[in-house]
Design a protein around this ligand. Structure first.
Ligand SMILES: NC(=O)c1ccc[n+]([C@@H]2O[C@H](COP(=O)([O-])OP(=O)(O)OC[C@H]3O[C@@H](n4cnc5c(N)ncnc54)[C@H](OP(=O)(O)O)[C@@H]3O)[C@@H](O)[C@H]2O)c1
Length: 320
């Protein structure tokens, strides 16, 4: 199985959910360096990452860390951002400024530009205008691949058609995909379309805020934001059976529960984007390159995932 792993940077600059602390930036640099060393394929960021005054912080940190690296190292990994289609970013030029601002923060290392979510619900034409905008930028010589995020199967098919008329192809699509994802059947339809059209299918939040990774100790939980404490308290009971099975599989293989949950994505041909801010977690996750789930393990996980009544909230802008 030819596996790939992406490094997710939502937590880099996010105080509200991830309790980001500026004095931890060196650890983030080490996280990126370790991912480079261990053969991660890409880094995922977004222009909206970073809360309040820290908006854009994830891109800036990444740009600064990459800037300090020699070309042979940084060229080994693709850098993907997501541009937010806010209601005021409209028309065929709505993404011009956001694109140049992201490119500036990333010090011109921008390989993939993804539409962060679909506008189908609040402005059905905006998606197309902004994608047209990205095609125009490509045609003007700005080189990047185009990706989508939080898109449903119907919209995806329409956008594939739309872009083909401009002679463009979608490179990747990312949706929420984990053992606790809502609407997993819908996500699998998206994956099927990606497969038929040679589009990379990316699984974001594969650890569901960390609920699916190892049990956290008191000291770790003390450092959590209020939002995260609330999420954990809401899901611990309803996910008990699933987490127990994950731990059982992990213990039998002497791997971590996080590896089991991430490998569940890989087993299905998805490329996981794992939220990482610790070098030790990169090292741990990189071990999935050396083992695969068996059919029996996958089936057991599937069945308990289906039985789990309480799933993560879905992205409100995810289209049909
Ligand atoms: N397109 C979108 O709308 C969208 C939405 C959400 C996310 N994403 C992308 O997907 C990425 C990943 O999603 P996510 O950030 O929601 O979270 P995630 O990957 O599902 O979970 C991250 C959590 O897992 C923990 N973790 C990671 N590796 C671990 C390991 N080896 N052992 C134990 N715990 C481990 C982290 O621990 P610590 O807390 O200790 O660091 C963190 O709490 C994001 O960073 C972002 O790039 C995209």
């Amino acid at each position: 199985m030819n596996k790939q792993i992406g490094l997710g940077t939502w937590s880099w600059g996010n105080k509200l959910i991830w309790n980001y602390q500026e004095d931890n930036d060196e650890e983030l640099r080490c996280t990126l360096l370790e991912a480079l060393k261990r053969g991660f394929s890409f880094v995922d960021t977004a222009d909206s990452y970073g809360t309040g005054k820290l908006k854009g912080r994830s891109e800036s940190l990444l740009g600064n860390f990459l800037n300090d690296l020699p070309a042979y190292k940084k060229n080994k990994i693709e850098i993907a951002t997501k541009l937010a289609p806010y209601p005021w970013r409209i028309g065929n030029k709505g993404f011009n400024s956001p694109y140049f601002e992201s490119a500036k923060r990333l010090k011109d290392r921008l390989d993939i530009v993804q539409l962060h979510w679909s506008t189908a619900i609040y402005n059905p034409w905006q998606d197309y205008q902004l994608l047209n905008n990205l095609c125009d930028l490509n045609d003007c010589g700005f080189q990047f691949k185009i990706g989508l995020s939080n898109i449903g199967p119907e919209r995806l098919k329409k956008i594939i058609n739309f872009l083909s008329k401009r002679g463009k192809k979608i490179y990747c699509v990312q949706v929420q995909y984990s053992l606790l994802s809502p609407n997993i059947d819908k996500q699998r339809l998206v994956q099927q379309i990606c497969f038929e059209n040679q589009i990379k299918f990316l699984a974001y939040s594969p650890l569901a805020f960390g609920i699916l990774s190892k049990k956290r100790n008191e000291a770790e939980m003390q450092k959590d934001s209020i939002v995260r404490k609330f999420i954990f308290s809401e899901y611990m009971e309803s996910t008990f059976a699933l987490r127990t099975l994950i731990k059982k599989i992990a213990d039998a293989r002497s791997v971590s529960p996080a590896q089991v949950a991430v490998n569940w994505c890989c087993y299905q041909g998805a490329i996981p984007i794992v939220g990482l801010r610790k070098k030790s977690h990169v090292i741990d996750i990189s071990n999935i390159f050396s083992w695969d789930l068996t059919v029996e393990e996958f089936d057991q996980l599937e069945s308990l995932s289906k039985e789990c009544s309480k799933k993560m909230p879905s992205n409100p802008f995810s289209s049909s």
